[in-house]
Design a protein around this ligand. Structure first.
Ligand code: THU
Length: 160
């Protein structure tokens, strides 16, 4: 038997400490949340993808009366990026959330399917994508790669 301990690093910034570029992309995610269509959960999620050339692509959750046909904000944003900017390097993605009943943003963390979808693009470009997650009390949690959110993963390498 062998045991491996996996460790991930998360930096937690108060809003005022956050570097300007990160503030900008998190603000874009907060704007993107306005486009959420979430009449079933009333949980609004916004995501913003930052490309190396400074372009920002926004996404938000899009629900459906046939529940599984809806899509999370992260995948809406990353698929729009893949479809419209196929050769561009993605440097970061920011995600925020707000229940309809809440006056403030709440902490959020991508679901497993979104982690898998995001990881595909990190593999595709062979370059880490930073992830900025809305934390509690207006904090922002920063991870340096998608890989760190999904350390035991299925990738193209598994396909042989
Ligand atoms: N949702 C996202 O868009 N991203 C997340 O990271 C968590 C969950 C959406 C899916 C659904 O529309 C609603 O939030 C409630 O789960």
């Amino acid at each position: 038997m062998r045991k491996i301990n996996l460790e991930i690093s998360v930096e937690i910034f108060d809003w005022d400490e956050l570097p300007d570029t990160d503030k900008m992309i998190m603000r874009s995610a907060q704007e993107a949340l306005q486009g959420a269509y979430a009449p079933y959960s009333n949980f609004h999620v916004g995501a913003a993808v930052l490309l190396e050339d400074g372009t920002i692509i926004k996404g938000s959750n899009q629900e459906n009366a046939a529940y599984p046909s809806g899509l999370c904000a992260e995948r809406t944003a990353i698929f729009a990026t893949g479809a419209n900017y196929p050769g561009q390097i993605i440097t970061a993605i920011a995600v925020t959330a707000k229940p309809a009943s809440s006056p403030t943003f709440v902490s959020v963390s991508p679901c497993g399917a979104c982690r898998q979808a995001l990881l595909e693009y990190e593999y595709k470009q062979q370059k880490s994508i930073r992830m900025l997650l809305q934390g509690a009390d207006n904090t922002v949690c920063v991870l340096q790669s998608i890989d760190s959110l999904l350390p035991i993963k299925f990738t193209q390498d598994n396909l042989g």
